[in-house]
Ligand binder design. Structure first.
Ligand SMILES: Cc1cc2nc3c(=O)[nH]c(=O)nc-3n(C[C@H](O)[C@H](O)[C@H](O)COP(=O)(O)O)c2cc1C
Length: 357
């Protein structure tokens, strides 16, 4: 019997050849600070597609210039960027994988230094290429600069930015988009009571705090009826008074109704105060809760062994797994894991590396 990890999965009309996916990971490598992917991005993403991934999710990409995490992050706010992204989709497709891009807005966690060796921590000053950040409420994250609270009109402009970026991703040949609603970035800032104190339609009870995300998904669904839309959520804030898995299961139900196809279940990062019980596959129980919303989910977080990934699928905790750092250690991860689970390596393997597998 073929391992479930290497069996296909279909979202809308798009079939992914397997369920071992590349988790989005910032590369902080748009050196000219123009949001443009370059040689590093091409080689990096193509490499993991050649390594057997079913879906490669390109890193958090700003839907607007102020939506980037660092000045070196990617963007999809103009057509020139979309043209450069098209090369990534092309190379990923040539290796038999599907391509998605994670669309994000960093909100109060934007304008920070790249998380690379030798870089400082904290906010980038305005005179060094930083920008004024925005958020649901004027509440700073830790030591970062205090953001400006968005007006309702400002919120709608950002939602429109997500829809426009999704359109560019689709025109660049991407098979899916992932809306970033996790890790303390803007979607999470709206959803969590820790960072949203608004009293208009985008704040208050859970339904209103979820509206920013549901309007993004509904907006993309309206314009691009065929495009699979994934949403990454933090399924708990890991602190008293923050989001709970039950809040996030409910939110996933609303997102499903708005047209989302899969929830990619992560956790935390909206407060520096949280104590997170990190361990092997520690977020898988959260994925199982969110899955009760009635749509497929992906699990992510310290999934480092093929049998562990396979068990999460066969036990029904998740429908796909996103793997991050293990792909960075080993871009041929999919071929190794296929071999370990006695799946069809030949079907995945580029001809050129046949003598190694
Ligand atoms: C270098 C690096 C960059 C990351 N960038 C992103 C990102 O752009 N978007 C995101 O949702 N998560 C990001 N993450 C989190 C990963 O996608 C993943 O959820 C996390 O690393 C846990 O999975 P792992 O244990 O398999 O690495 C990043 C992680 C790393 C190590």
């Amino acid at each position: 019997m073929t391992a479930k990890l290497f069996s296909p999965i279909t979202l809308r009309n798009v079939e992914f050849r397997n369920r071992l996916w590349v988790s989005p990971m910032c590369q902080y490598s748009a050196a000219a600070r123009d949001g443009m992917p370059g040689d590093w991005h091409l080689a990096h993403y193509a490499g993991m597609a050649r390594g057997g991934a079913g879906l490669v999710i390109v890193e958090a990409t700003g839907v607007l210039p102020e939506g980037r995490i660092s000045p070196e992050c990617l963007g999809l706010w103009n057509d020139e960027q979309a043209e450069a992204f098209a090369r990534i989709a092309e190379l990923v497709h040539a290796a038999g994988a599907k391509a998605a891009v994670q669309l994000g807005h960093a909100g109060r966690k934007g304008s920070t230094w790249p998380m690379l060796p030798g870089e400082p921590d904290g906010s980038v000053p305005l005179d060094q290429g930083g920008w004024e950040t925005v958020a649901p409420s004027a509440l700073a994250f830790g030591e970062y600069e205090e953001p400006r609270a968005l007006t309702a009109a400002g919120v709608r402009e950002i939602i429109a930015g997500f829809v426009a970026a999704a359109r560019r991703a689709a025109s660049a040949g991407f098979d899916a988009v992932e809306v970033h609603g996790a890790h303390g970035y803007l979607g999470h800032q709206f959803l969590s009571p820790l960072s949203n104190r608004r009293t208009d339609e985008y704040g208050g009870d859970l339904r209103s705090r979820a509206r920013f995300l549901t309007e993004i998904v509904a907006g993309i669904r309206d314009e691009l009826p065929e495009l699979p839309v994934l949403v990454r959520l933090s399924a708990t804030d890991w602190v008293e008074g923050g989001l709970t898995p039950e809040d996030v299961r409910q939110t996933a139900e609303w997102l499903r109704e708005a047209g989302a196809d899969l929830i990619d279940v992560s956790s935390g990062a909206n407060t520096p105060r949280a104590a997170i019980p990190v361990g092997p596959a520690y977020q898988a129980p959260l994925a199982a809760v969110v899955r009760e919303a009635g749509l497929p989910v992906a699990s992510v977080g310290l999934i480092t062994e093929p049998t562990q990934a396979e068990s999460l699928l066969t036990l029904g905790a998740a429908d796909a797994v996103c793997v991050g750092r293990e792909w960075l250690r080993n871009p041929y991860l999919g071929l190794h894991w296929a071999k370990a689970l006695r799946a069809d390596v030949e079907a995945l393997r580029p001809q050129q590396v046949w003598r190694a597998f």
